[in-house]
Design a protein around this ligand. Sequence first.
Ligand code: HEC
Ligand code: HEC
Ligand code: HEC
Ligand code: HEC
Length: 345
Amino acid sequence: MQNLLLSVLKRLKSPVSLVALFGALFICATAPTRVYAQPPQCDPASVLSYESCAKCHGSEVRVWKQTPHFKTFEQLARDPKASEICNNLGLRSVKRSDVCINCHFTLQTKGDRDKPISGISCESCHGAAADWLEVHNDYGGNTGTKETETEEHRDERLALSTAYGMRNTRDLYLIASSCYHCHTVPNEELVNVGGHNAGSMDFELVRWSQGQIRHNFLRSDGQENAVSGIERLRVMYVVGLIADLEFSTRATANATQKSTYGLAVANRAAKTATKLMQLQETIKVAEVEGVLAAFSKADLRTNNEEQLIAVADAIRQLGQEFAVNADGAELGLVDSFLPTPDQYK
Ligand code: HEC
Ligand code: HEC
Ligand code: HEC
Ligand code: HEC
């Protein structure tokens, strides 16, 4: 066991050879029809729409409307590349297929159908809100205010909102999961047949969340859209790498053929593991050690769904533990890995 672990970790140090290895292990197989992956926990039946946030989160909505997440709703159907992808897949149009809309749009149940109501919205990232809306801002009955709320009540409130399906900003792993689920594009047919890109390969959570999509007004009572503090960014950086590894391992689990998709997602997993290892040499965090050990068991080949999902689940467990336990104040060694503000996307 120990030897196997060491040898895989050694191989991981040179991603090129890992990819070669992966290539060699790839077994050509005829592809069974795959079910399209759904976005995480955004049940159209519980979606309220961004308009129900606007009353209290006007500034957040204004920022969001400037982002590609909002604009894709109008722009996707006009994008020649989108028509090309639809043609390749034999789909009539972007809005009338259930493939593109799951990732590019927000769906809401109207009557007996799920209809696209906007681009990627508040609820795509924070969770469908019907059950948590009333809970998430309840400072305590009619008289409670932000100022009078006890620390205890705040903890309970946020825990309760999570239980009702909110991906709130306290739990960085949950919110990171939203991003990586979409930005790994875990859909083999979409990539191999449709010609869609195989995900955002340079996606890194700090860089991608602190630029144009940032909407941190709450901390200053709406005065300022603040970049998160250094201690939070440190945790966010590590969480982002762990979540990337989880979701690229999940994406590899969907690979049935040795071609563009399978190679791209497996490559991503291997590269991310290498990055995480380099970080771990410096930071030496128990959960990260566990993540690397779990990943070292991953056999990155086609048609290996069961094993790779089990590895991804193990990574997820540790990532969540890290997000809960981590103290940014003690993670100063992460600083040299962080992107600089001019790199924020
Ligand atoms: C009636 C007013 C109101 C509405 C409507 C509302 N919010 Fe909030 N929201 C608040 C308040 C107040 C807070 C601050 C709570 C605190 O102090 O922790 C908050 C906090 C948040 C937070 C940050 C808390 C955290 O830890 O993640 C998020 C995210 C959020 N709201 C999302 C939404 C979304 C998405 C919608 C629409 C589906 C929405 N809110 C609708 C009042 C509202
Ligand atoms: C699993 C999520 C997912 C699905 C499903 C999906 N997309 Fe995308 N798409 C993305 C992401 C993420 C990006 C942004 C990638 C980047 O540039 O970093 C993107 C970008 C694009 C772009 C712009 C980039 C380019 O290549 O020019 C087009 C066009 C596009 N998608 C079309 C489609 C069409 C058409 C469908 C349906 C047939 C579809 N997408 C389904 C996630 C998805
Ligand atoms: C429901 C799917 C989905 C989720 C969730 C999601 N994204 Fe995206 N994101 C997309 C798609 C699709 C695009 C490309 C839109 C387009 O250009 O048509 C995109 C584009 C972006 C862009 C612009 C990229 C560019 O090249 O300019 C950034 C930045 C981004 N996402 C960051 C994030 C972050 C950070 C998160 C999580 C906090 C996240 N996204 C969650 C689907 C998603
Ligand atoms: C692409 C994913 C994504 C979308 C879309 C999105 N959020 Fe967020 N939201 C995040 C992330 C990630 C954070 C945490 C950022 C950080 O800590 O730097 C956050 C933080 C917040 C916060 C807390 C900010 C603070 O100061 O602590 C509120 C409130 C919020 N979002 C509300 C909304 C509302 C309302 C919408 C819709 C208009 C929305 N979000 C759309 C990902 C998203």
